[in-house]
Design a binder for this molecule. Structure first.
Ligand SMILES: [Mg+2]
Length: 225
């Protein structure tokens, strides 16, 4: 499955670090703060936070309810939300950069966070040096999501100079993997509690947490060489 691959493209949020339930709750609150304080949505913080959670459940996107019902633009929300990103809450994995380098393939990051937030996060988790010229945000492609069509994955590959068939794409959100697969990539899903998307045929393999994934990749390429 990993034969003849040349590059790995990592999702950032909840893949290269874990979004614990506490961080997830804080992120919902952060989005509510951006909506109420920065974008003047006429709700209390509590009401807004509850609707963000509801929107995630219904649309897999905390902002969607507000795009539809309050005329908020995805661009404005992305800007305000990312500026408030509580990176200090992130608990980095130990020695992740050293482990990633052991895999021996070219590696990149593709994230739905904006560049500014991604930079802060990469610094926090000790991966900035490794990825500083190798991370791209959806905003670099003029979109806000990775799960709308396969185009963005083709564009990404063009940017890094590989064919989709050369690439392994790793993400915790399985809706992103569907289009990475459609573009022609090998897909890995990262899960935490249980492998809830085990039945999806566009996922080639799933691992519990990034460390298990990295160990498997190191092992696969050790055997290959
Ligand atoms: Mg993610």
């Amino acid at each position: 499955m990993f034969k003849n691959k040349k590059a790995i493209i990592w999702d950032l949020d909840n893949t290269l670090y874990r979004i614990t339930p506490e961080i997830a709750d804080m992120l919902d609150e952060t989005m509510a703060m951006a909506l109420v304080h920065d974008l003047d949505v006429p709700l209390s913080l509590e009401e807004c936070k509850a609707l963000v959670k509801e929107s995630y459940k219904t649309h897999r996107d905390g902002g969607e309810y507000f795009y539809q019902n309050y005329g908020i633009s995805p661009k404005d929300l992305s800007l305000c939300y990312n500026a408030r990103n509580p990176v200090h809450m992130i608990e980095p994995y130990q020695n992740l950069a050293a482990k990633l380098k052991k895999i021996g393939l070219d590696q990149y990051v593709f994230t739905a966070s904006n560049r500014h937030a991604s930079e802060k996060i990469l610094k926090r988790i000790g991966l900035y040096e490794m990825f500083k010229d190798r991370f791209y945000s959806v905003e670099d492609f003029g979109v806000y999501k990775k799960n709308e069509n396969a185009d963005v994955y083709h564009q990404y590959c063009e940017k890094i100079g590989y064919k989709p068939e050369d690439c392994i794409f790793v993400d915790d959100s399985y809706s992103n993997l569907e289009y990475a697969k459609e573009a022609g990539m090998t897909t890995i899903r990262i899960y935490y509690k249980n492998n809830s998307a085990g039945d999806k045929d566009y996922i080639d393999v799933a691992y519990r947490g990034v460390e298990e994934c990295v160990d498997a990749l190191i092992d696969a390429y050790r055997k290959a060489s």
